[in-house]
Structure formats: structure tokens, C-alpha cells
Ligand binder design. Structure first.
Ligand SMILES: Nc1ncnc2c1ncn2[C@@H]1O[C@H](COP(=O)(O)OP(=O)(O)OP(=O)(O)O)[C@@H](O)[C@H]1O
Ligand SMILES: [Mg+2]
Length: 258
């Protein structure tokens, strides 16, 4: 039977690594031959750019949210330049910001649009840096959500708010939604402050703290800047990142699928 996992990547805080985790998971999925769709819900369109994808004409995620249909979904779905086959992008758009309002009519639109999405093993939803309407719409379409954080004070505090939002959606429009866990990004081996925050995360969230942690490595930015998957980037640091994202993907795939 065909089974797909729809996984949202979110955080309240900006710049903690949502897009980097999304791209890392997409790279690992490509390496493992999983047919993957990345939905770029962020009006900044970072994932679309790093995946070497470009919206064709008016087809983009904003058009899908305006009017979810087989046609708008097909028009918004473009190939990533990372591979000839197996990795598609539902292209991001500045106009999706118009959907970042907290009105319940909108919240089901992406889930509805997913009924015209088929042929994938994995759907990744890269959310914008807020828990506003777009993120809620994105997570409502998901089976599992990863909350991304850095091991710093403000980011750790923001995890609690993201977890509460997931819980609130689960008790409302998205009963299928479960937190997969917390992905910890930009980890440095010898930081005393980070070690303290990591301990705090483990105390607060126990097994929801996902391993492995994602180390801080310039290779990640280099691969993104070149619109390449980290698995194709040379050097030991890129190989370490590749292994890390494979570990996180494996963890995500253990979640039950629909
Ligand atoms: N582990 C890492 N090592 C080095 N650089 C990183 C790492 N993770 C993220 N970065 C860099 O930090 C910046 C922010 O990361 P990213 O865009 O993934 O965050 P984001 O949470 O998606 O941001 P936004 O909230 O704007 O969507 C990017 O330039 C990215 O390349
Ligand atoms: Mg981002």
C-alpha cells in the first residue's frame, strides 16, 4: 500500500535552522531513493531557492492556498535542480504572506490541497518563522512536526510555545498531528552555555529531544549557497552533516504513515 509521511518543520523563532533541517532531510531522502516533495510555505522562499527550483508562471504555493485544486497544485509543483527525478518543490511565494492570518477558514487549505498530491514517499513542509496562520495551515496538513531549536536561551523558550501550538492544533483542526520531536541545530562541541541548554532541553522534553544533534558547520551554508544537497558537497564536515540528517530522517520514518 502506498504510504506517505507528511512532516512539518517549524519554530517560532527565526533563523534557527528550519530550512536547513528541511534541506538536510530532503538531501538524505534523495540519497535513499525516497520520492520527496518539499512544500515551501515561507514567503521568503529560501527552500525553493536552495533547492534550485523556480516557480513557473503564476504557479506557486500562494496560488494553491488561494484556490486548492488539482490544477493549482500541478502548476506549483516544479523540479529541484538537485536531481533529474525524485525531488519536487511546491514553489514558495512572497504572496503566501497574505495567508499568514489566524483565521480558521484557511487552516485546512493545505491539507485539502494534499489530496491532489500523490506519488511521494515523503512530504516536507518548511514553515515560516512564526506560529501565525501559515504555520498553522502547514502543520494542520502534517502527520508529524519537528520543532527546530538552537541550544540558546531564547530559542529554548520558544520551543515551549511551538509545542503548545502543536498540542492546540491536535485538539482542534489537526487530530492526526503528533510532535516528532525537537531537532537541535548549530551545536558546538565545547560550549558551556550550550551544554547547559542541552541539559535543560533534555530535562524538559526527555525523549522528544531528537538525536543526532546537527553540528554548526560552514559546509552547510556553502552547500546551500551553491544550491547543492549536502550529500553532494565535498569534505569531512559535509559528510558528518549528511550522516546527521540520515539519522534524523531514519527517526522520522519510524513514525507511522498514512
Ligand atoms: N548547522 C549549521 N551550521 C552552519 N550554519 C547554519 C547551520 N544551520 C543553519 N545555518 C545557517 O544559518 C542561517 C539560518 O538558517 P535557516 O535559514 O536554515 O534558518 P530558518 O529557521 O529556516 O530561518 P527563517 O526563520 O528565516 O526561515 C542560514 O544562513 C544557514 O545556512
Ligand atoms: Mg527558513
Amino acid at each position: 500500500m502506498f504510504a506517505v509521511l507528511v512532516l512539518g518543520v517549524c519554530s517560532l523563532k527565526g533563523g534557527v535552522g528550519k530550512t536547513s533541517v528541511t534541506l538536510g532531510l530532503a538531501s538524505a531522502a534523495l540519497e535513499h531513493g525516497l520520492r520527496t516533495l518539499v512544500i515551501d510555505l515561507d514567503p521568503q522562499g529560501d527552500a525553493t531557492m536552495a533547492l534550485g527550483a523556480r516557480a513557473a508562471g503564476d504557479g506557486d504555493v500562494a496560488a494553491v492556498l488561494d484556490a486548492p485544486s488539482a490544477e493549482t497544485v500541478a502548476a506549483a509543483t516544479v523540479l529541484s535542480s538537485w536531481a533529474d527525478d525524485g525531488l519536487d518543490v511546491l514553489a514558495g511565494s512572497e504572496r503566501s504572506a497574505l495567508h499568514d492570518r489566524l483565521d480558521d477558514e484557511d487552516v485546512d487549505r493545505l491539507r485539502f490541497a494534499l489530496s491532489w498530491v500523490s506519488g511521494y514517499d515523503l512530504v516536507l513542509v518548511d514553515c515560516p518563522p512564526s506560529l501565525g496562520g501559515l504555520t498553522r495551515t502547514g502543520l494542520t496538513a502534517c502527520d508529524r512536526a519537528v520543532v527546530v531549536t538552537e541550544p540558546g536561551l531564547f530559542a529554548v523558550m520558544a520551543v515551549g510555545r511551538a509545542m503548545r501550538t502543536i498540542d492546540e492544533l491536535r485538539r482542534g483542526p489537526a487530530p492526526q498531528l503528533q510532535p516528532l520531536g525537537i531537532a537541535v541545530n548549530r551545536v558546538r562541541a565545547r560550549s558551556v552555555e550550550q551544554a547547559f541548554r542541552l541539559e535543560e532541553l533534555r530535562t524538559l522534553y526527555g525523549p522528544l529531544v531528537l538525536s543526532p544533534f546537527v553540528p554548526e558547520r560552514a559546509a552547510l551554508q556553502q552547500a546551500q549557497g551553491a544550491a547543492q544537497p549536502v550529500h553532494a558537497w565535498p569534505g569531512a564536515a559535509a559528510a558528518e552533516l549528511a550522516t546527521t540528517f540520515e539519522g534524523l530522517l531514519e527517526r522520522a520514518l519510524r513514525a507511522p504513515k498514512r
